[in-house]
Design a binder for this molecule. Structure first.
Ligand SMILES: [Zn+2]
Length: 502
């Protein structure tokens, strides 16, 4: 039976590994996950989606994988902490420029996106190459489901288009937030004939706004002037927005979903950029309840203190590679020991950062991350589903007297099968078990009609057990369905200190 994870992290004894000064945000939080609590209390969402957007134009570097790992780990912690189902939504930015050319006469820059250059199938293959194995491994390690959505899919949705059209009504108020230096927002609507678009949208104009949508005129370098119409009901033409504008429209569209709380997971450098997005959200009179929720993750810094950047190194050559940067930090496919090993190392690292908000809401140099990684446990952890549990049930499991565990059937349970391992955790202790069988029921009553009451708990009657279970799980959780999980101790039974307590 699930124990709410209410114990504060054990900060004593961890100081030898990480030392972080206090900060304004860390000072306001007992635990990292608390950063979400005000929003969860205010919105009472049915589920939480952790949204992480990533460029697909090359192998990921450590900074990218760190944000993604944080998304999966915080999703896992939030599910346990708030008893709300959580998933990760991975946004693949296939609108990144694949090629840029200059109009030889006017010198206007034109660009072609990854989607337009490669097409849907090749974009999917790129995502598969860089991320599928990594995400599947992370998903397994954290019992958290994920979905992949490309920018191309997203811009075609009625919600995204409707929000975009709403911004056009207030374009005069918005444009200085979205383009503070010149006031020209970058709305790119590629030429319907060739797919190329004006990079800075200097000659892309709103011709008309009406109840059906918006009509634009634009100029192609090969095909001259063209007119297109954006209508929320239609997924054509393609709508490519510059980074800040895309985030504004995306966050506004997510804000309208009353059932799902969307949490934007962003690298720490976004904290600066979001000031402008927030100005634009204000200019659109966005209601407080629809303002975006964001978590900024630790930045990975070169020795100079600048963000670790592949493009900077590409421009400057490998000679500019700082001595502390290991090859896998720039291209994580260079990790020597395979994906699961890499993911386990990252899960351990980010888990350590999450133990204290002082460690999580800060930046790390590559040298410090390298030092931490060498301090990780040498014996790889046995991969297992993890469950927190009350002491009285933990002791029954550890002594082999409780052989049926009861849970509600939320998304994190989908992957549990006969033969899976489950690690039960309680107050710093853990015990490893193997699943012998798994049966699904519609309610706790139905479950007790079929399961042995003493195998669930040898010390209480059916009536007492039902009362206890219903104190833990409210009716809306029971409505997800009930799992009876047969368990046996894995030999030799190990009762060792837990690796991390967050
Ligand atoms: Zn064209």
């Amino acid at each position: 039976m699930a124990a709410p994870n209410r114990t504060a992290p054990n900060r004593a004894g961890r100081s030898s590994l990480l030392l972080s000064p206090n900060s304004v945000l860390a000072n306001a939080l007992l635990r990292t996950i608390d950063v979400l609590r005000p929003r969860v209390h205010a919105a009472r969402p049915a589920r939480i989606e952790f949204v992480v957007g990533t460029q697909i134009n090359g192998a990921p570097h450590l900074g990218t994988n760190l944000v993604q790992t944080a998304a999966f780990l915080i999703a896992k912690t939030a599910r346990r902490e708030f008893s709300i189902d959580t998933v990760v939504r991975f946004g693949a930015l296939d609108n990144a420029p694949h090629e840029v050319v200059l109009d030889p006469e006017t010198h206007h820059a034109y660009q072609q996106s990854y989607y337009h250059a490669l097409g849907k199938d090749q974009v999917a293959a790129l995502i598969d190459t860089y991320y599928s194995e990594f995400f599947n491994s992370l998903s397994e390690a954290t019992d958290t489901d994920y979905a992949v959505e490309t920018y191309t899919d997203q811009q075609a949705t009625p919600g995204f288009r409707a929000e975009f059209l709403r911004t056009l009504d207030r374009l005069e108020n918005l444009r200085w937030w979205m383009a503070p230096s010149h006031g020209t927002v970058h709305i790119r609507i590629p030429c319907p004939e060739c797919g190329w678009a004006e990079k800075r949208a200097d000659r892309t104009k709103v011709a008309r706004l009406d109840e059906d949508g918006a009509t634009f005129t634009a100029v192609c370098l090969d095909h001259g002037t063209y007119e297109t119409h954006i209508d929320p009901e239609d997924d054509q033409p393609y709508l490519d927005l510059a980074t800040l504008y895309r985030n504004l429209v995306k966050e506004r569209a997510f804000g309208r979903d009353g059932d799902t709380l969307h949490v934007m997971m962003k690298g720490g450098d976004w904290a600066f950029g979001c000031q402008l997005v927030d100005g634009a959200l204000g200019a659109l009179a966005t209601p407080a309840a629809q303002m975006p929720t964001r978590i900024f993750t630790p930045q990975v810094l070169a020795p100079t203190g600048a963000k670790l950047s592949k493009s900077l190194l590409r421009e400057q050559g490998k000679g500019a590679l700082p001595p502390d940067v290991e090859p896998w930090m720039l291209d994580t496919t260079a990790w020597p020991d395979g994906t699961d090993n890499y993911v386990d190392a990252l899960v351990w690292l980010v888990g350590e950062l999450l133990t204290d908000p002082k460690h999580f809401f800060r930046s790390f140099t590559v040298k410090e991350l390298g030092r931490l990684m060498t301090a990780r446990p040498t014996e790889p952890a046995v991969r297992a589903h993890e469950m927190g549990i009350y002491k009285r049930y933990f002791d029954l499991i550890a002594t082999g007297r409780k052989t049926t565990e009861i849970r509600v059937n939320d998304s994190s349970r989908k992957k549990i099968k006969e033969g899976s391992l489950i690690r039960f955790r309680c107050q710093g202790d853990q015990v490893l078990t193997r699943v012998t069988r798994i049966v699904r029921y519609t309610s706790f009553d139905e479950m007790f009609d079929h399961e042995s009451v003493t195998s669930v708990n040898p010390l209480a009657t059916r009536y007492e057990q039902l009362a206890n279970i219903r104190q833990i799980y409210p009716p809306e959780r029971e409505a997800l369905g009930v799992l009876a999980i047969g368990i046996e101790l894995v030999d030799p039974p190990r009762k060792t200190p837990a690796v991390s307590g967050w």
